[in-house]
Design a binder for this molecule. Sequence first.
Ligand code: SAM
Length: 314
Amino acid sequence: MNTLTRLTNPTSNHIPVMLNEAIEGLNVQRGGRYVDCTLGGGGHAASILEESSPGGQLLGIDADPAAISAARERLREYRRDLILVNDNFKKVERICTAYGFRPVHGILFDLGMSSLQLEDSSRGFSFQRDAPLDMRFSPDQKLTAADVVNTFSERELADLIFQYGEEPRSRVIARHIVRKRPVVSTLQLAKIIERAVGERGRIHPATRTFQALRIAVNEELDNLKLALEQSVNLLGFGGRLVVISFHSLEDRVVKVFMQQQARGCICPPDIPECVCGRAPTLRVITRKPVTPGEAEVEANPRSRSAKMRVAERV
Ligand SMILES: C[S@@+](CC[C@H](N)C(=O)[O-])C[C@H]1O[C@@H](n2cnc3c(N)ncnc32)[C@H](O)[C@@H]1O
């Protein structure tokens, strides 16, 4: 299938990002066994199954039951080669073990939220649609964005917006939010931030705060670290780990993880001789992250901040 056919698949309005690069990064082989930790609408999964057939198998995980339903529909022609699991990828090793699905040839993470989630006006991910402040990937999670916004202290809120949103105006934003509590909807929050920050630059003033809330609600960075550690144990030798991230915090986690695993030794630099005895588990394939080409960014603006890193099990 060529890129254009893949991009215009009519069964899903989520366009998979860096699809060809991900398939190449995974080095998808006929008859291979793959894990898609972020199934979403099943766009990457469909290509993995197509490229690995006949005989390929895929285990797809998503925390969001709506994503699992969408992917089940999209991937129905591959149902015999498919295992779908509605769970958090922080349990990927346990999940694969439970299904006897290890070792595997490749593991994919395409992080963040899908267009299906962003455009669903009941989910609260977008500051352009009015919705309750939810932002949970899974309805089983307890904490919502409304809980964070309405119960955290001004200081905690400011720190969170600064740390996860890399928002330089976090203190002002937090002060305005606390003054206007309770804040119950996305548009209400977006307006408070607009008033707090004033100007409109290249990006909407609420972008960074919304990102921060989503990361906090879904514990995105912690879950990613847990899943990356486990992925190494699941990959067979020569198996590929491919991670597509959408902001610098995620990319840093992936980069540091891959570098550490490639180095092996975790002794402090001032120790003259290695005492940890750890051997490298990964070889980094992409020294620099791969980014989407101009044509893709034009066709799918959501891809503009994507960065893909690939490593191979050694
Ligand atoms: C960018 S979308 C993936 C899109 C997919 N690659 C496609 O082509 O349709 C990311 C998906 O990962 C899911 N997700 C994010 N964090 C997760 C986690 N910790 N555990 C399981 N699923 C997660 C989200 O619910 C979302 O559906």
